[in-house]
Design a protein around this ligand. Structure first.
Ligand code: BTN
Length: 267
């Protein structure tokens, strides 16, 4: 047992300087998925900014219904938001979370980059991911759940052998374990800052900042959408957060959602 083995809620509460994000924080040593708990709490009227943190998730999920491995040592958390309905709300929030994770970890000499639309990457390996789930009714958002997973003190041996060369953790990158309470507090502060910017209507500033962090732009990519697979060069992010792709026949298309694979060539 060492000082970084558990997440101390008391420590987070004593250092966090936010007003809204983290107004209520719940910690579960072991649960199914923080997003599931967040959904129940949101339906029961939990306020915007409520945060749910887990030590271990037994049924953590990623995008597109994938399983998300959430062993001991990682940061697995969800934030409940209640934003206005906007057509591209999930993309904007994803971009804000990516920027907040970047600002939290960039001071540590880590070459953190983002992969469109939701991956947190270091040296082309996945350090974490973002999952947005929305509860809507007619044309209003009842709640929006941000799920964030970051590999911190977990070990490579926790991952199945077939993905070990595709993932990384802060412990591997830095050769030392980290206080997750500190990382979480800083991340929530960074996120609150940027969420305030968004509330002032500065969406274009946020997308501009996001574009600078996206490693996807200028690369050859394969994008798997619900009904088609595209291959081309990622050119830009447009005003609604879609990926602008130049196909091999030079046709230009915009893709709002999909799974993006970097084909490892910068153009
Ligand atoms: C992805 O890259 O596919 C998104 C991964 C999101 C994982 C987080 S961990 C906390 C929250 N609870 C979950 O079950 N999933 C998200």
């Amino acid at each position: 047992m060492n000082q970084f083995d558990s997440i101390s809620l008391e420590e987070i509460k004593s250092i966090i300087k936010t007003k809204k994000i983290g107004c209520k924080i719940k910690y579960y040593p072991k649960i199914g998925s923080t997003n599931d708990i967040a959904r129940k709490l949101a339906i029961d009227g939990a306020p915007e900014g409520t945060v749910i943190i887990a030590g271990i998730q037994t049924t953590g999920r990623g995008r597109l219904g994938r399983k998300w491995l959430s062993s001991k040592g990682g940061i697995w958390l969800s934030i409940i938001l209640k934003p206005k309905m906007l057509p591209n709300i999930a993309t904007i929030i994803t971009s804000m979370v990516g920027i907040a994770v970047y600002k939290t970890l960039c001071t540590d000499g880590i070459n953190l980059r983002l992969k469109w639309p939701n991956d947190i990457m270091v040296d082309d390996k996945k350090l974490g991911g973002i999952l947005i789930e929305i509860g809507t009714e007619l044309n209003t958002i009842n709640y929006l759940l941000i799920g964030v997973g970051i590999n911190v003190n977990n070990n490579l041996s926790d991952f199945p052998t077939e993905i070990r060369d595709k993932v990384t953790t802060l412990k591997i990158l830095q050769g030392t374990e980290r206080s997750r309470a500190h990382i979480i507090s800083q991340f929530l502060e960074e996120f609150e800052d940027i969420y305030n910017t968004f509330d002032k209507g500065e969406q274009s500033t946020i997308f501009r900042e996001w574009k600078n962090l996206l490693d996807t732009l200028g690369r050859k990519v394969k994008v798997v959408t619900e009904n088609k697979i595209y291959e081309g060069v990622a050119m830009d992010i447009d005003a609604d957060g879609s990926l602008v792709l130049k196909l091999s026949d030079t046709k230009i298309i915009s893709i709002i959602a999909g799974d993006c694979i970097h084909l490892n060539e910068k153009i």
